[in-house]
Design a protein around this ligand. Structure first.
Ligand code: SAM
Length: 199
């Protein structure tokens, strides 16, 4: 059984690699799953499912965790549906096939994990923080954006990429200067931030 889980996870990771689908790096996912256990997280909102890898890993971290995850790409969403079935996690992972900018919830989540279009981090933070429990956390991945955030702008070749990096820097500034939330930045994986309301 455990062996099956390992080989099924390996298969998802290989599919992601072969199809150029970005999924969390190993130490990023370790950080996230450890965080879930440590803080006894029970209700996660994930923005950006891709093929369900991080959602499955979060669900496997604790039997008490439920995850709602949003994906706008049809092919990836369908692959995620398939993967979640394979792990028999349909009762704990709910997938929403839609653009996250269009999705509204009345539910409250104790962890909101932002891992979608990197230029929209701030918009998703503002939008979904309304659905965060009082002591809940907002975790954002790719804060370093493959090292580009620390590079001189002149070294970044395309205009698109420069624009994206600028938006991530703006997001970092927004988190650092935020009156309502305190944020800790972790140098793990591709850079992870953890925000929580100030006391
Ligand atoms: N969390 C996944 C994991 O580690 O297994 C990886 C997610 S991947 C980095 C980002 C995903 O977000 C992509 O599959 C992309 O299609 C999706 N995405 C981007 N913008 C989105 C949006 N506005 N609404 C919903 N999904 C979005």
């Amino acid at each position: 059984m455990v062996e099956n889980i390992h080989s099924d996870i390996k298969e998802i990771k290989e599919y992601a690699k072969d199809n150029n689908i970005p999924i969390m790096l190993d130490d990023g996912i370790n950080f996230l799953t450890t965080f879930i256990i440590k803080h006894q997280i029970t209700n996660v909102l994930e923005v950006g499912t891709a093929i369900g890898y991080s959602a499955i890993m979060m669900a496997l971290a604790s039997p008490n965790v439920k995850i709602t995850s949003i994906e706008r790409d049809r092919e990836r969403y369908l692959e995620a549906v398939k993967n979640i079935k394979k792990f028999h996690l349909e009762d704990r992972i709910t997938l929403i096939y839609n653009d996250a900018t269009e999705v509204k919830f009345s539910d409250q989540f104790d962890l909101i994990f932002i891992d979608a279009a990197k230029g929209k981090n701030m918009a998703f933070f503002k939008k979904f923080s309304k659905n965060l429990t009082e002591d809940g956390f907002i975790v954002t991945d790719n804060i370093k954006f493959h090292g580009y955030v620390d590079k001189d702008e002149k070294e970044i070749k395309t205009r698109n990429l420069r624009g994206l990096v600028r938006k991530i820097k703006e997001y970092i500034g927004f988190l650092k200067d935020n009156n309502e939330y305190k944020t800790v930045f972790y140098d793990v994986g591709d850079g992870i931030s953890v925000s929580q309301r100030k006391d």
